[in-house]
Design a protein around this ligand. Structure first.
Ligand code: SAH
Length: 518
């Protein structure tokens, strides 16, 4: 970490419009070093994951279930107070801090109090909403100007400070922030001052998030369209010919899994390729680290096996974690991969084989079917009777592989190298999401993700389990995981023919594609 002294300063940081990927690098840098973070309603809570655990998080939203309703004066006062405390304070604001965000007022207070500050711009919701709704905000053939306007002022004051008369025909594209409540007034002012009634208008709600919703009409019809669709703030109104381009440019809402909320259960240590691939296709992922991986307390079985490695004909790896913890232990006892020189090595699938390569080991055997049983079958095909096999694996795991090998006359030594622990917490959130019917799909990438998921939602009986999971689809990566799902009285809807994460995602996309066609 750099040693830049950023003590005792307030950073006004634009959080962007909603998509956490639209935060600037500067914004992320500052969040990672913040001691206090003020954030509000429009800020995506996912951004808070950048903040150190020790930092104080203060919600100052004027909406959205905060304990206190903060006034702007209250916020200004707190910023001054914390700014004076010598801490690194990040004031995170939705979109860009200086676009209808009262950022300037906060800065004025800091200046008066003699507190050092910096402002980091953000992607404002107008450009994001237009882009994510497939509307190029300017286009040579359609418009040469764009105006950002607040719709908040249309009423309340007798004379609005917005020059609607000049804007109506003066700006090609007009983007109205905070304009939903006053939409009837805004559209009538634009019509009254000469904008054509057939001018296309789009309204985009919660732009750039998985719950984005867009509707399109004309200056004449949009008020009814918005009312009928039940669109409420936060939303932006985009007026102008460029709205017509949405037909061709729309990309975000067209992604195959757009708007579908999916639960991803995974181990905390594993990079979430699944989340990445689902999100690339537009899904809204709720990630649960259902399993926590820990080393075992007792490595004596493995240590003993390692000392007698020359007695073993085969070493089999059935998971990434087994590889990680096996090699960690080798290192701890002063050994390295050369200890495996005399043995044949089996990997359960392509990912485990690739992981072994990172340790300089090329697997001698990868079964056609990436399961324990598949691995057992391929080994049994090449005479296994009388062979000694070492199986470093989880403390608790399915016995299919060792049983099949023993039945075929091999001697199997099981050496536990790690264990799965289901974490506590976040249970209520998951149960609520299920009970509210917000979840479309559960994804399972191993049997333990299934059992840990069930432990986590903690249904009192089958009836409650079924009512919580009513209408929720299930995707399982392969037959073993699917069997665990079925053994728990549930049904698998999606299962790829190749047991890999990209194949699983492809099957999910295919499933919803077929559904939307049928
Ligand atoms: N500083 C912010 C704007 C704050 S004013 C920015 O630069 O974006 C609040 C208004 O912004 C909302 O009423 C709404 O009109 C708009 N807004 C903010 N985020 C939005 C989003 N994700 N989708 C649609 N409108 C949004």
């Amino acid at each position: 970490m750099d040693n830049i002294n950023i003590k005792g300063k307030v950073y006004l940081v634009g959080a962007g419009p909603g998509d956490p990927g639209l935060l600037t690098l500067r914004g992320k840098y500052l969040l990672q070093r913040a001691e206090v973070v003020f954030y509000d309603y429009l800020v995506n809570k996912k951004l808070l994951k950048h903040v150190p655990k020790t930092a104080e998080l203060i919600y100052v939203g004027k909406k959205g279930g905060g304990l206190h309703a903060f006034t702007q004066d209250g916020i200004n006062q707190m910023l001054v107070e914390y700014g004076n405390s010598g801490k690194k304070v990040v004031r995170l604001k939705g979109g860009d801090p200086f676009i209808f965000g009262r950022g300037a007022e906060e800065i004025q207070e800091l200046v008066q109090a003699g507190i050092d500050f910096e402002v980091v711009p953000g992607v404002t919701s107008a450009t994001a909403a237009a882009t994510y709704a497939g509307i190029p905000i300017t286009h040579r053939g359609y418009t040469t100007s764009v105006a950002f306007v607040t719709g908040h002022e249309a009423t309340g004051k007798r004379e609005s400070t917005v020059a609607w008369d000049k804007l109506a025909t003066g700006a090609g594209t007009i983007v109205v922030y905070m304009g939903i409540k006053n939409l009837p007034i805004i559209t009538s002012k634009l019509l009254e001052h000469g904008r054509a009634p057939e001018t296309p208008v789009a309204v985009v709600r919660w732009a750039s998030t998985p719950i984005q919703r867009s509707v399109v009409g004309t200056l004449e019809t949009i008020t009814d369209v918005v009312r009928e669709a039940g669109i409420t703030p936060p939303a932006l109104v985009i007026v102008g010919e460029v709205v017509k381009l949405r037909k061709t440019v729309d990309w975000f809402e067209r992604r195959p899994l757009f708007g579908k909320r999916m639960v991803v259960t995974r181990t905390r240590e594993q990079a979430s390729e699944l989340v990445y691939l689902l999100e690339e296709n537009g899904a809204d992922c709720l990630e649960y680290s259902t399993i926590h991986i820990e080393p075992v307390d007792d490595y004596s079985l493995l240590d003993h096996a390692v000392q007698n490695m020359k007695n073993y004909d085969w070493v089999l790896f059935t998971s990434l974690n087994a590889i990680t913890y096996f090699f960690k232990r080798l290192e701890a006892i002063g050994q390295d991969s050369r200890i495996l020189a005399g043995c044949c090595i089996g990997a359960v699938g392509r990912a485990t084989a690739d992981e072994l390569l990172k340790h300089g080991i090329r697997a001698d055997l990868i079964p056609e079917k990436f399961t324990g049983a598949g691995l057992a079958e391929s080994l049994i095909n090449g005479a296994i009777t009388g062979k000694n096999i070492l199986l470093p694996r989880a403390e608790k795991a399915m016995e299919t592989l060792p049983e099949m090998l023993e039945d075929a006359g091999a001697t199997v030594t099981i050496a536990p190298v790690y264990r799965n622990v289901p974490p506590k917490g976040r249970k209520d959130e998951l149960r609520d999401e299920l009970a509210d019917g917000n979840i479309e799909l559960l994804t399972f990438t191993s049997s333990s993700t299934v059992t840990n998921f069930l432990t986590m939602i903690d249904a009192v009986n089958e009836q409650e389990l079924h009512s919580l999971l009513d209408g929720v689809k299930i995707a399982a990566i392969g037959p073993v995981t699917a069997e665990t799902v079925c053994n728990n009285g549930l049904k698998v809807d999606i299962q790829p023919s190749n047991y890999t994460i990209p194949d699983m995602v492809a099957s999910i996309v295919e499933y919803y594609h077929t559904q939307s066609e049928g």
